[in-house]
Write a new protein. Structure first.
Length: 145
């Protein structure tokens, strides 16, 4: 897994870019929250995932194609993940790359699962996160098919 931090900054009057400690800590905080969110995914820990979401969070899943489904609020998102892990007891995410830009974080991943016949499968995709007050306020998921 590679981790990158990108910051938006306006050039200082001297011509140099100025990165404030606050911006760096916001980006680091966003990346840490998303990493914890995905660790909870691999534990199938729905409650742990919900602790990292804002109350008004929006999750846009990648299914059904092409537009996915939008879930609004913790209650709807909780129900989605409870159903998901019930149907996919071997679900696992490997993070391939993650980077932050301001209050956004982008993660490229590989999702692996075992189907009902015992076959192993995987897809790759990207999630885009937006942070609100230190919590995940939005997650939009895209997958390569």
């Amino acid at each position: 897994m590679s981790i990158k931090v990108l910051l938006n900054s306006k050039p200082h009057s001297s011509g140099r870019n100025h990165f404030t400690d606050m911006k760096m800590s916001q980006v680091e905080s966003a990346i840490r929250a998303v990493l914890e969110f995905k660790k909870a995914f691999n534990r199938h820990d729905v409650a742990g995932r919900m602790q990292l979401l804002s109350d008004d969070c929006i999750f846009e899943s990648n299914s059904p194609a092409p537009d996915g489904t939008v879930y609004s609020g913790k209650e709807a998102i909780t129900q989605f993940w409870q159903d998901f892990f019930h149907k996919s007891p071997h679900a696992h995410i490997e993070i391939e790359q993650i980077f932050g830009l301001g209050m956004r974080c982008v993660m490229r991943w590989r999702y692996e699962w075992v189907d009902s016949a015992g076959g192993s499968w995987h897809v790759r995709g990207v999630d885009i996160f937006q942070m609100r007050n230190g919590l995940i306020g939005e997650e939009v998921s895209y997958v390569k098919r």
